[in-house]
Ligand binder design. Structure first.
Ligand code: PXP
Length: 245
């Protein structure tokens, strides 16, 4: 079996449990119950994105998650004063800064950290001072890693959306970019994570990148739960990840 010195954590993103709940405006299915079940099935952490429009996770979900979880909560957030205030109030284990456009269906593309260093600096600084581990959701690109270094971000998460959506030689090239970026980040003392669009079919090569310490996976796991149950879908993802480490 291949062996990497870095253990690979699985962060389960529960946003789309809340999407289903919100479709009928009630309390079912409860994303916090799903988070606890995810932990039982092998999730090392829970990820939730509080969007400006609250289309899935809501403020009260963050409060309940903070109270209920015994594993780290990774709060995905836009770099806004509103979200900074919320993060400082709850002080989750980690905050992943993501780009956010109101009209997008999901987080399309990474954060342009290189183009917004001065906007990001006080936000990264305030979170770090509060003991929140900051991650920047970026493209696997040297200029973005350079920006993360300048911002003293301890973690970057590479956007795997492009990798997930292309095939053949294009996918091989994107995998190489992610792999090179993970090595560059690790060489500079930054912990590389990865996520977006990962499934049973495409997770293996990303999980096999030896420096990658965490994968954050949501939509596929919640969708697959329809067929395999939430625990079944998470256990199988964990198994696929472990196969290549
Ligand atoms: N990581 C980040 C930073 C994200 O914004 C998302 C999507 O919310 C994910 C991981 C998970 O992506 P997916 O739902 O496609 O698995």
């Amino acid at each position: 079996m291949p062996h990497s010195p870095v253990p690979l954590r699985l962060g389960v993103n529960i946003d789309h449990v809340a999407t289903i709940r919100n479709a009928r405006g009630g309390a079912h299915p409860d994303p916090v119950k799903a988070a606890l079940m995810a932990v039982k099935a092998g999730a090392d952490g829970i990820t939730a994105h509080l969007r400006e429009d609250r289309r899935h996770i809501r403020d009260e979900d963050i409060a309940t998650l903070m109270a209920a979880l015994t594993v780290p909560l990774n709060l995905e957030m836009a770099a806004t004063q509103e979200m900074l205030g919320i993060a400082l109030r709850h002080r989750p284990h980690a905050a992943c800064i993501v780009p956010e456009k109101r009209e997008e269906r999901t987080t399309e593309g990474g954060l342009d950290a290189a183009g917004q260093i001065e906007t990001l600096r006080p936000i990264v600084g305030a979170l770090s001072e509060a003991g929140v581990r900051v991650s920047l959701f970026i493209e696997p690109d040297a200029a973005q890693i350079e920006a993360a270094i300048r911002l003293n971000a301890p973690v970057v998460e590479f956007h795997t959306g492009r990798y997930a959506h292309v095939s053949g030689a294009e996918r091989a090239e994107e995998l190489r970019r992610i792999s090179d970026a993970a090595a560059l980040a690790a060489k500079n003392g930054i912990e590389p994570h990865a996520g977006h669009g990962l499934t049973f079919d495409n997770v293996g090569p990303i999980a096999a990148i030896p420096q990658v310490a965490e994968l954050n996976i949501g939509h596929f796991l919640i969708g697959e739960a329809i067929f395999a149950g939430l625990e079944g879908s998470i256990r199988e993802m964990r198994r696929q990840m472990d196969l290549v480490r």
